[in-house]
Design a protein around this ligand. Structure first.
Ligand code: ADP
Length: 152
């Protein structure tokens, strides 16, 4: 007999989300089928060139997910595993679009499991959304192209 634990299963979905795209939104929607709660955590990454202030990114994500129950949005600096512990997440949620993404994510997942015992759940991108990257959207926006088809 399978006895379901009453404990909430929380996942943290960390990223730069600069900007939050339809690809990210799809990972959240599908992640909600697996987890009771998803904490979308905007990482403040000093090494990455950011265009949108973190506060604005959080507001945009909150608007895009306002109709979904079980979603929380926050920001963090430092290690993802520390942010995971702080919000009670036992799992890190990530998306992969390609083999290159997978290799990158596997390294991160191995490292995070080694240092903190936290596992990573990887969801494969919806093929229709796999070409969307935040960096491409930023580039299109910079050159004045319409980006409404790529963001929520
Ligand atoms: P990071 O800077 O941590 O890579 P991103 O904001 O670029 O953060 O992406 C966050 C997560 O979402 C990563 O796991 C990334 O692979 C995934 N992701 C990005 N774009 C897509 C997409 N179009 N479909 C599915 N997953 C995606």
């Amino acid at each position: 007999m399978i006895v379901k634990s009453p404990e909430q299963h929380i996942a943290i979905f960390p990223g730069s989300f600069d900007p939050f795209t339809l690809g990210h939104l799809n990972i959240v929607e599908r992640g909600l089928q697996m987890f009771d709660k998803i904490v979308i955590a905007v990482g403040v990454n000093s090494a990455k060139k950011e265009t949108t202030p973190v506060k604005q990114r959080i507001e945009a994500i909150a608007r895009a997910t306002s109709e979904m129950s079980g979603v929380e949005v926050t920001s963090y600096d430092g290690l993802t595993v520390d942010a995971a512990r702080a919000c009670g997440a036992k799992t890190i949620l990530r998306g992969v679009r390609s083999v290159a993404d997978f290799e990158y994510e596997r390294n991160l997942a191995d490292l995070n499991r080694a240092i903190a015992g936290i596992d990573t759940a990887i969801i494969c991108a919806d093929p229709a959304l796999a070409a969307i990257s935040s960096s491409a959207v930023r580039e299109l926006k910079y050159y004045g192209h319409d980006i409404s088809g790529f963001i929520p």
